[in-house]
Design a protein around this ligand. Structure first.
Ligand SMILES: [Zn+2]
Length: 111
């Protein structure tokens, strides 16, 4: 461990030594869900009337746009497959990819 160790991206989990790590968007799940729910309710209410149907469609478009913007601006975090520790302050290792179910399954059996 050197002083600038935290400046380097992770190649293995500092907590458990696991070499399988994945990248996850630090997306606020509840906020994302809230946007979807509100948009769905607004759409159903507006789409019920022929005159406001197009407004309902716009609500869906705007909600999708907000979701996309949120997704683009939220930071990425490195997550350990084994112990699920999250490392927000570390740079992203370009070799790491998003969560893969096959790898996740491998570790799920051990927990
Ligand atoms: Zn770990």
């Amino acid at each position: 461990m050197t002083a600038d160790d935290s400046e380097k991206f992770l190649t293995q989990c500092p907590d458990c030594g696991c070499r399988d790590l994945f990248i996850r968007k630090d997306f606020p799940q509840k906020l994302g869900l809230a946007i979807v729910v509100v948009a769905a309710i607004a759409f159903l209410a507006l789409a019920a009337k022929r005159e406001t149907f197009y407004l309902g469609a716009w609500v869906l478009v705007v909600a999708a746009a907000i979701d996309a913007i949120l997704y683009a601006i939220v930071p990425k975090v490195t997550v350990c497959y084994r112990c699920r520790a999250e490392f927000r302050d570390r740079p992203i290792n370009p070799e790491h990819e998003g969560f893969e179910l096959a790898v996740g399954e491998k570790y799920r059996q051990h927990s």
